[in-house]
Design a binder for this molecule. Structure first.
Ligand code: SAH
Ligand code: SF4
Length: 360
């Protein structure tokens, strides 16, 4: 018998092919899709719209759960939750949920660990354990969507800023987001989704041609090649000039504003010199800069910039006409920083990371 497939790995056309193979009419595919993503049914027996034989086939051929929640943490203010999920083959991933006024934002992971090795990032310090499948990305969202529904709420925004580099797992990430965006199912508006990349140039160029409405954020962190390559090893492959060309190409094609992320590291990249270089790099561009004080991690000695430094940095940008925001730290007491997730269960002893997060 073939390995059971994960229900969330299938696209709607995949379901159409499957129901056809079951000698069922095509509309059954849509009923399955609605069951999964509109009703959020989590077991084959929930599919009351389907004949018994089809429910039995679902139960035989598919698994509905690949993520096992292992640890939940809630911040002191109750507004940020983090879940550590175990995958069936052993690795873990983390997902963070944030309440912010009317927003219910999820920060989701696309890989367990990350291969990019950014020196300040706890996920990067782990290395890559493995890519997530589309279904494993989707299931993080459904887990919280069910939970929120119990309180009469919905997921309103998704940021792909959890563990991993989404453009290193490009196809799975896009398929997962397309599933969540599908109007017949989960129907989360594309403009409520933000993908954050460390700057994989060929993928930015590819993404610009997809015709998708997801927002793009680029993690910059330095405005010259020497510093950027020190912080982000993968940046050696693509100098800043190439990265900025790709971003300009993206903006020209999509007419969409790009967010640049910048973790402010005291005396490293929070200097007036870096601010001026960044202003020069972005002047006249359809861009926005998100500044966030670094969250110290065990594997990196850098410290967060003090608030006044962040404000001064922002002022230089604004003077040059580059919009900029200094972001709040949230979930810091539960190490729930997007991008600073490191699967505490992984280390030889539990590792607690100091976290923050982006508001958008
Ligand atoms: N791999 C993608 C998305 C996940 S990281 C990327 O790098 O963009 C999400 C964000 O968290 C990125 O901007 C990343 O640079 C940032 N980040 C990682 N570690 C951080 C830390 N210790 N303090 C502040 N921001 C951090
Ligand atoms: Fe990977 Fe992003 Fe962390 Fe860099 S910052 S190591 S790309 S998760």
């Amino acid at each position: 018998m073939p390995e059971p497939r994960h229900v969330y790995d299938l696209t709607l056309p995949d379901w159409e092919a499957w129901v056809q193979a079951q000698s069922q009419p095509a509309y059954r595919a849509r009923q399955i899709w609605e069951g999964l993503y509109r009703h959020l049914w989590a077991r084959p027996e929930d599919f009351s719209t389907l004949p018994k034989s089809l429910r039995a086939a679902l139960a035989r051929e598919f698994v509905f759960q690949r993520l096992t929640p292992e640890q939940e943490q809630v911040s002191q203010d109750g507004e940020t939750h983090k879940t550590l999920f175990r995958l069936p083959d052993g690795p873990v991933v983390e997902t963070v949920r944030m309440r912010y006024i009317r927003r219910r934002t999820l920060c989701i992971s696309t890989q367990s660990g990350c291969a990019m090795g950014c020196v300040f990032c706890a996920t990067g310090q782990l290395g890559l354990l493995r890519h997530l499948s589309p279904g494993e990305i989707v299931e993080q969202v459904l887990y919280y969507a069910r939970w929120l529904r119990g309180q009469g709420e919905r997921v309103t925004h998704i940021v792909v800023m959890g563990m991993g580099e989404p453009f290193h797992n490009y196809d799975a990430t896009l398929q997962a987001l397309d599933t969540l965006n599908h109007p017949a199912g989960f129907n989360l508006g594309a403009r409520r989704v933000t993908i954050s990349t460390v700057g994989l140039v060929p993928r930015i160029r590819q993404f610009a041609r997809e015709g998708r409405q997801y927002n793009l954020a680029v993690s910059l962190h330095a405005a010259d090649d020497e510093l950027r390559q020190r912080l982000i090893p993968v940046a050696r492959r693509w100098p800043l000039a190439d990265l900025m060309d790709a971003v300009r190409d993206y903006i020209a094609r999509t007419h969409r504003r790009v967010t640049f992320e910048w973790a402010l590291i005291r005396d490293v990249n929070d200097t007036p010199d870096q601010a001026r270089k960044l202003a020069r790099l972005l002047r006249g561009m359809l861009a926005h800069v998100n500044l966030i004080p670094l969250n110290p991690t065990p594997g990196y000695e850098g410290r967060a910039s003090p608030r006044e430094r962040a404000r001064a940095f922002c002022a230089v940008l604004e003077e040059a006409g580059v919009p900029c925001t200094v972001r709040l730290r949230r979930g810091i007491d539960i190490q729930a920083g997007c991008g600073q997730l490191a699967g505490q269960a992984l280390g030889p002893r539990p590792r607690f990371l100091v976290g923050s997060r982006w508001e958008n």
